[in-house]
Design a protein around this ligand. Structure first.
Ligand code: TRP
Ligand code: SF4
Length: 398
């Protein structure tokens, strides 16, 4: 019912690498041309695990924003902001905490996983348990309905939807609701009649097409404002007013680009190429990549399927280069260093425009700060709209 809006975020915990680019950023860059997008530096999220060493957050924040800009996020298209500069995120987290069952948070699969995985840290904190709730607030405060995330975050988006729905059901029943609905339908004129007929069809026969059609009628009707539109959207499904969105995950395919050793690219495995890694380092790192262990000598034939370099070719090389690799590797006609050269060139070619886009920001950090300040202002304005309705619904405007 709300206009399409995308929100996503990343924690500022170090330089971004090409795995982030192929796994998430490339997708963000595409989305910014299609719908309104908000991209958030999740600094409070970083604190949920790095609370004992927060120095990394400040250091990483500006670097990460420059990496986003380098990757092609366009500040004229997308809103880039920092979570902690929009304090209403904290207010919504607190308010939603009032009616979120503890069991919902304890059951989030990442909760126990992460506590086990990060056993060297004490994550038995209130903040860590509550972090998926904070993520729900990040999304719901903008009434975003699409959230690009990886597989590991899908359960958080499902939780967000549950929390949004629970909120709508509990607080969407304003005093005088029936009268307000009737008045809004009257305001719609002819379209109001259509709306009612479609609603009846949906309510009596569960006709999903009628529900869709009624939503379209609502969206197209220029006679009513946003509040009435939300009220009638809730009324369609026999609920109160729809105050918060009930968002869907936009599942991003897992990154096709593995780490240098063939495992998932991750800082903790030490197998990354930074987004803005120097050409010298790229060359060195790719040259040092492990290859098919069967190729001990230059004259031993190899099997690309057993070689991480081949996975890079799949991302960076065209069909004729890939044919050359398969041919040359399996017959020992080429050496591994020969084989790696086109990969090096492919990575460098991908990075070149990124370096170019990053340059003005590296020379003048004030430019980055201004982009983020503008973004924060825009984000605050959007968040305030929602918060006004949330406070009203929760009885706090008196
Ligand atoms: N929790 C996400 C992560 O760890 C980051 C994040 C915070 C996020 N808030 C968000 C992602 C809202 C999507 C939407 O990667
Ligand atoms: Fe890997 Fe290429 Fe060497 Fe074959 S020739 S083992 S694909 S690096």
């Amino acid at each position: 019912m709300f206009p399409d809006r995308v929100l996503s975020g990343m924690r500022p915990t170090g330089a971004l690498h090409l795995g982030h680019y192929h796994g998430a950023l490339k997708n963000w860059v595409r989305l910014q041309h299609e719908v309104e997008c908000l991209f958030m530096v999740a600094d409070w999220h970083a604190l949920t695990t790095a609370y004992d060493d927060p120095s990394i957050i400040g250091r990483s924040t500006w670097d990460m924003v420059i990496d986003w800009l380098a990757a092609g996020i366009d500040p004229d298209k997308a809103t880039i902001f920092i979570q902690s500069r929009v304090p209403a995120h904290a207010e919504l987290t607190l308010l939603m905490g009032m009616n979120t069952p503890l069991s919902w948070l304890e059951r989030v699969p990442t909760y126990k996983d992460q506590i086990e995985k990060l056993a060297h840290k004490d994550l038995g904190t209130y903040g860590f348990l509550g972090y998926p709730l904070m993520q729900a607030a990040d999304i719901l405060i903008y009434r975003a309905n699409q959230v690009p995330v990886g597989e590991d975050q899908v359960s958080h988006i499902e939780l967000t939807r549950e929390i949004g729905r629970r909120f709508n059901n509990m607080y969407g029943r304003e005093p005088g609701h029936e009268e307000k609905v009737a008045a809004a339908i009257k305001k719609m004129g002819k379209a109001g009649k259509q709306y009612q007929e479609l609603r009846t069809r949906y309510q009596q026969n569960g006709d999903a097409e009628a529900l869709e059609a009624a939503r379209l009628v609502l969206a197209d009707c220029a006679n009513i404002g946003r509040e009435d539109r939300e009220r009638l959207a809730g009324h369609l499904e026999g609920r109160g007013k729809m105050i918060l969105s009930e968002p869907q995950p936009l599942l991003t395919e897992a990154s096709r680009l593995p780490g240098l050793d063939g495992a998932k690219m991750s800082k903790s495995y030490g197998n990354t190429i930074a987004l803005r890694e120097t050409p010298e380092n790229v060359t060195k790192k790719v040259r040092a990549m492990p290859t098919d262990p069967a190729r001990v000598r230059r004259t031993d034939p190899g099997n690309p399927e057993k070689c991480p370099v081949w996975m890079f070719h799949k991302v960076y090389s065209d069909a004729s280069t890939r044919d050359w690799v398969v041919q040359g590797c399996t017959t020992a006609a080429i050496g591994c260093l020969d084989c790696k050269q086109p990969v090096i060139e492919g990575v460098l070619a991908e990075q070149k425009p990124m370096f170019e886009r990053a340059q003005p920001y590296l020379e003048d950090l004030a430019l980055v700060r201004r982009i983020v300040a503008d973004g924060c202002e825009r984000a605050r304005a959007r968040a305030d709209e929602t918060m006004h309705e949330v406070r009203t619904a929760m009885g706090l405007v008196y």
